[in-house]
Design a protein around this ligand. Structure first.
Ligand code: VGL
Ligand code: ZN
Length: 193
C-alpha cells in the first residue's frame, strides 16, 4: 500500500469544514476578515473528497436566540448564527454535496461550544466510519477551528490543516498565528492549499 500523503486524500480520511456560514462572511453579524476567501479552496477539497467517495462533514454554529455567548447575555459576541436564520445558513457558494454530514453545535442557551466534538455525535460518527485523519478548514482559525482541531488530536485523530481554507477573527492581533502554532505544536500537519 502507498504511504498516505498530505495532498491526496485516501480511505480513512474525511474533510471537516468548520462553520462556513453567512454570519461569518463579509457583511455577516460576526464577519471574519476575508472569511469568503476560504470558499474557493474548500470547493477544490470537496471535489477531491467526492472524487474518492470519502466522507465530508460540515459543522455549523447553531445557537438559540438567547445564547450565552451573545453580548446582551454578557458574552463576547454579537448575536450570530441563530438556528434557522439566513445568517446561520451555509455560504451559498460552498459546494456542499447532499451526502455531507451536518454537525450542529452550541445549540442550547447556556453552553458555549467552540469545538465540533463538544456535545455532538462527531467522534462516534467518525469512529463508525473508520475515519482516522481529518483535513480541516473553515472559520474561524482562532476559535472553532482551533478548538475542534485540538480536540481531534487529543481524541487520537491525525489532522491536516488546510491553510488556504481558513481565516481568523484576530480580535487581538496575532490570534490566528498563535492558533496555528498551538495546533501544529499539538501535532497537526499543514498544507498550503
Ligand atoms: C465562532 C465565535 C463565536 C467560530 C463561533 O465558528 O469560530 N467564533 N462563535
Ligand atoms: Zn457562536
Amino acid at each position: 500500500m502507498m504511504a498516505k500523503t498530505l495532498l491526496e486524500p485516501a480511505v480513512g480520511d474525511a474533510l471537516l469544514i468548520v462553520d462556513v456560514q453567512n454570519d461569518f462572511l463579509p457583511g455577516g453579524a460576526l464577519a471574519v476578515p476575508e472569511g469568503d476567501a476560504v470558499i474557493a479552496p474548500l470547493n477544490q477539497w470537496i471535489a477531491r473528497f467526492e472524487a474518492h467517495a470519502l466522507p465530508i462533514i460540515a459543522t455549523r454554529d447553531w445557537h438559540p436566540p438567547d445564547h450565552c455567548s451573545f453580548a446582551f447575555r454578557g458574552g463576547p459576541w454579537p448575536p450570530h448564527c441563530i438556528a434557522g436564520t439566513a445568517g446561520a445558513a451555509f455560504a451559498p457558494t460552498l459546494a456542499l454535496p447532499k451526502s455531507a454530514w451536518i454537525v450542529s453545535k452550541a445549540t442550547t442557551p447556556d453552553q458555549e461550544a467552540y469545538s465540533a466534538f463538544a456535545g455532538t455525535e462527531l467522534d462516534a460518527w467518525l469512529k463508525a466510519a473508520k475515519v482516522s485523519r481529518l483535513f480541516v478548514g473553515g472559520l474561524a482559525t482562532d476559535y472553532c477551528v482551533k478548538n475542534t482541531v485540538l480536540d481531534a488530536l487529543s481524541l487520537g485523530y491525525e489532522v491536516v490543516l488546510l491553510l488556504a481554507a481558513m481565516r481568523a477573527v484576530d480580535r487581538t492581533c496575532g490570534d490566528g498565528e498563535r492558533a496555528l502554532q498551538a495546533m501544529r505544536q499539538a501535532g497537526a500537519a499543514a498544507v498550503r492549499g
